[in-house]
Design a protein around this ligand. Structure first.
Ligand code: CO
Length: 161
């Protein structure tokens, strides 16, 4: 059995679905912990700074993001506060290979989630950490950066033809 998942791209139905909340009981199972390890490894192998569960075809509200220099698991993540100030950065996505473009998002956010041990997680994020979190959170609602793109900087937007 492989220890990484294949990445599914924007054509896959799972990419456009709203993902489902994870139960606390599920988090502590070995099966679930193994899945988190496999998802983390997939992100590393694919050289991503974030990966959301629907990107491997599993529609659960989970993503992993490299934030504050660490790979952090966010389960049932929420944004509880966001700044009026926005930041425009260039984004790419493992599920939209070969395409980059600029997106505007709130520069600072306060978030809430559950960590991989089932504990509540609260963080204040800014700049790239905030951007990565928001990009990954969008995946859990079936939204891709190309839906919000201001300008495509590399490649061709596969969504608008
Ligand atoms: Co993405």
């Amino acid at each position: 059995m492989s220890d990484t998942y294949p990445i599914v791209t924007y054509q896959a139905p799972s990419i456009r679905e709203r993902s489902i909340e994870v139960s606390i009981e599920e988090i502590t199972t070995k099966e679930f912990q193994d899945y988190l390890d496999k998802l983390t490894k997939t992100m590393r192998v694919e050289d991503g700074i974030g990966i959301a569960s629907p990107q491997v075809g599993i529609n659960k509200r989970i993503f992993i993001a490299n934030i504050k220099g660490k790979n952090i698991v966010f389960i049932n993540p929420l944004i509880i506060k966001k700044s009026e100030t926005t930041l425009i950065t260039e984004e790419g996505c493992l599920s939209v290979p070969g395409v980059w473009g600029t997106v505007s998002r709130p520069k600072k956010i306060s978030i809430e989630a559950i960590d991989r041990h089932g504990r509540k997680l609260n963080m204040d994020l800014k700049n790239m950490d905030a951007i990565v979190f928001q990009h990954e959170l969008d995946h859990l609602d079936g939204i891709l950066f190309v839906d919000k793109v201001i300008e495509i900087t590399r490649g061709k937007n596969p969504i608008i033809n």
